[in-house]
Design a binder for this molecule. Sequence first.
Ligand code: SF4
Length: 341
Amino acid sequence: MNAFFAPRADAGQIEPLVDGHGRTIGDLRVSVTDLCNLRCQYCMPPEGVDWLDHSEVLSFEEIARLVDVFASLGVHSVRLTGGEPLVRREFPKLAAMIGRIGGIEDLSITTNGFYLERDATALVAAGIHRFNVSLDALDRKRFAQVTRRDVYDRVIAGLQALEGLEGVTAIKVNAVAMRGFTEHDVLAFAELARTRPYQIRFIEYMPIGADDWRAEDVLTGEELRAMIETAYPLVPTEHEPHATARVFRFADGDGEIGFINPVSQPFCGECDRVRLTADGKLRTCLFSHYETNLRDPLRGGAGDEELRQVIRDAVWRKELKHAIGDEGFRKPARTMSSIGG
Ligand code: SF4
């Protein structure tokens, strides 16, 4: 629970946000910047991408205002992402502004961990209590191969800075699983889950980056689980509603390992998520081909009710599911680096 959580005065007075398939939206992913200090192969080219102009990026006050409008519509969980959120200057100040918005019970972050050792204490003080850290390899060379940066030790130090920090309720390590790459570290990740207070989750490789995704490069959750069970039998845990991960615990002891399988076992039926991009666009699905501009009405002086109506209309048209693997599937024009996890 967000340490600064407070119920809203208008709770229950405003209709919840429901899409055209009857799903209630409760989770907002907010990309606070499209900038990132790493260059992961499956996400962006070595030279980076065309970054947003500063004037296009929402200010702290604009982000907080929009989050407050979403919270008035029943959104109770906010995840702050990027690009890499911690490259945005004074990020903990923004996190604190959001942590104090009524109705936000859960405040978390997805980060590549590079700045965690520097910012961990300030982030917890701001109200962030759950941390998702991206780490695709447990070997320095393979880490540098996939991220194009030799900063493995910084990320590990960042993770360790979270351990034992009061106020941290969850440390999750997200590893994008790719055939021919992740197999090298599968058992090492399992051992990390057994020995450190991290929930390790493998995420199936998705067609959402700037690279040439191929279905045959997807290492499925089931394959990964079978590899782990050659050494460590796993027991399924109870599945939380809306959760993207299928979480297992080790039959013989501590630790949990999860599998996020959007390609082989999509979880769209329970999806309660929408996304706000750094330039103020509402995306109703990670794989959307259209976006709704919230920044311009906001900067144009729209009131909260007007903004709520724009959001409601967009959410009503939320996609039932992604179309990966379907005839005619097209990657969205906007890539993961400016949508966020
Ligand atoms: S692909 Fe779209 S609909 Fe499916 S879970 Fe992700 S955001 Fe939700």
